[in-house]
Design a protein around this ligand. Structure first.
Ligand SMILES: CC(C)(COP(=O)(O)OP(=O)(O)OC[C@H]1O[C@@H](n2cnc3c(N)ncnc32)[C@H](O)[C@@H]1OP(=O)(O)O)[C@@H](O)C(=O)NCCC(=O)NCCS
Length: 136
């Protein structure tokens, strides 16, 4: 198993669709556009994408924020430290890019995710996240 940054390409679409369906039952279109401020980290079992996360670098006027999205490990590969390796890679990218913080949101019922994020040093900062849903 290898965990490293990668450029999302057409060849990953099928594996990523399968992974994202394990995160949310709703099938979403996958945008393969490469943006300079978006970093993908993948876990690969041979060529197969079995773990994923996306880090968005948001430059504010005062400091850079990393926004972490879609952290997911395939159901057949969980509990082997892959999620931890993905987060370690994400954290090193964020540090290299000069981010002061990494933000993420997760639902209270996602127990494994809470364990993973807390054991990697994430804390609940106390301020509430608000969301305006523009598209559902
Ligand atoms: C959260 C997730 C990415 C963890 O991936 P993983 O590869 O299993 O994680 P790891 O093997 O590195 O384990 C990380 C921590 O989670 C704990 N963990 C793993 N499986 C667990 C389980 N079934 N129940 C409770 N804790 C669990 C491990 O003990 C470890 O904690 P530790 O470092 O304190 O020992 C994976 O469970 C997943 O994809 N869940 C569904 C998607 C999701 O909720 N993503 C977050 C959305 S914001």
């Amino acid at each position: 198993m290898e965990v490293h940054p990668f450029i999302l390409e057409e060849s990953h679409r099928g594996n990523l669709e399968e992974l994202l369906l394990q995160l949310s039952k709703k099938k979403r279109n996958i945008n393969l556009t490469v943006y300079p401020n978006v970093h993908c980290v993948g876990a690969f079992d041979n060529e197969k994408l079995v773990g994923f996360a996306q880090l968005f670098i948001l430059p504010k006027t005062t400091f850079k924020i990393g926004q972490l999205e879609d952290v997911i490990v395939h159901t057949g590969c969980r509990g082997q430290g892959i999620g931890t390796k993905i987060l370690n890679e994400v954290i090193s990218i964020a540090k290299r890019e000069g981010c002061a913080v990494i933000n993420l949101t997760t639902r209270p019922e996602r127990k494994e995710a809470w364990t993973l994020f807390e054991s990697s040093g994430f804390i609940a900062p106390g301020n509430q996240a608000l969301r305006l849903i523009l598209e559902s």
